[in-house]
Design a protein around this ligand. Structure first.
Ligand code: AHR
Length: 330
């Protein structure tokens, strides 16, 4: 059956999207008689508040009451664990595989196995770099390159408004997991944007693995190596929280002595902006469960889905954090 569906999927490619035949019968079963759609989700891990919100979004969407059976796997930030999980999903003959890939490369073999088994693969959150784009049905997530660019645009405006235009500003970057599309896009956006202003000097960049503990550790080493740091780009909120602790430990004021620009915009980051410890936060929306469910429902109905689906994201700062916090969902 799945092989047939996969063939329909391949044949039904339409401009800018694909269709997937759902194999509906003429006499539709009652809701109570409908077979659950089995979805295997290969999650990155539990490294951050963002990730927790993402997991919760999937778990609360893919419930039996909503017509799904979710098989959830936490890969503990290791690609080999995700590959194992995908192979398990194939063995269990799930209806759909969803992957938030830890890193961009190295997926061809396992995705070819999913394709041969006729199981559609939906990518969510991070992207993959694949020579053969037919190995996945579609992707939904944030535009990481734009997020990096937006972070620098916010800094440019801040510098202008606060009369810092003629000052040299020393910058350090706490990067995410190296090789993840979240890191690759954000770092590229930051470095390209910063390079446009000769007053910005990038002193160092190093991974903090998207975790608070590692973010703190790397920031401590930056503070030891560089006596004058003016700006920190933390490529997620948890690393920013770690950096704040490191900055306080050397008697400096985060957000005042050192400008902190972060990514994700989770609840706690809003509290930190209200407290003046984080200056600005570029949103990365984790609530992909309902988005992936919508994609699956379209595929089940034989409808087209866009191959690449970017989610709209904003930038927040100390000026609007208090007003925005009650509207935030994660
Ligand atoms: O891929 C999204 C990133 O992964 C988020 O910025 C980070 O918090 C998470 O761990």
């Amino acid at each position: 059956m799945k092989k047939l569906l996969a063939l329909s999927l391949a044949l039904a490619t339409v401009a800018g999207g694909v269709t997937f035949a759902g194999g509906k019968s003429d006499s539709a079963p009652k809701a109570s008689e409908k077979k659950l759609i089995t979805v295997g989700y290969a999650q990155v891990g539990a490294e951050s508040d963002w990730r927790t919100a993402n997991t919760e979004s999937f778990k609360s969407t893919f419930t039996e009451a909503n017509g799904y059976k979710l098989i959830f796997d936490d890969a503990q930030q290791k690609q080999e664990n995700q590959i194992k999980a995908i192979r398990n999903f194939i063995q269990q003959d799930v209806d759909y595989i969803v992957v938030a890939p830890v890193v961009e490369t190295g997926w061809e073999t396992v995705l070819s196995e999913a394709k041969a088994a006729g199981i559609p693969v939906i990518l969510s959150d991070r992207q993959m770099k694949l020579a053969d784009e037919s190995l996945y049905t579609c992707w939904v997530g944030g535009n990481f390159l734009k997020e990096g660019q937006d972070a620098v645009l916010w800094l440019n405006t801040y510098v202008e408004k606060n009369g810092l235009k003629d000052k040299d500003l020393n910058v350090v970057i706490l990067q995410g997991t190296i090789g993840s599309s979240a890191q690759v896009g954000r770092t590229q956006g930051e470095l390209e944007g910063l390079a446009k202003n000769p007053r910005y000097k990038v002193l160092a960049k190093q991974t903090g693995e998207f975790t608070q503990a590692k973010g703190q550790e790397v920031m401590e080493s930056f503070l030891k190596a560089y006596p004058k740091i003016d700006v920190v780009f933390a490529e997620n909120d948890n690393m920013a929280f770690g950096a704040i602790d490191a900055i306080k430990a050397v008697g400096k004021k985060p957000g005042k002595d050192i400008i902190i620009i972060s990514f994700d915009a989770v609840h706690e980051a809003f509290n930190r902006m209200i407290a003046g410890e984080i200056n600005a936060d570029v949103e990365c929306n984790p609530l992909h469960g309902p988005r992936v469910a919508e994609i699956i429902q379209k595929l089940e109905a034989g409808q087209a889905v866009e191959k690449i689906q970017y989610v709209k994201e904003d930038v927040f700062d100390t000026a609007n954090a208090k007003e925005m916090l009650p509207t935030r969902k994660y």
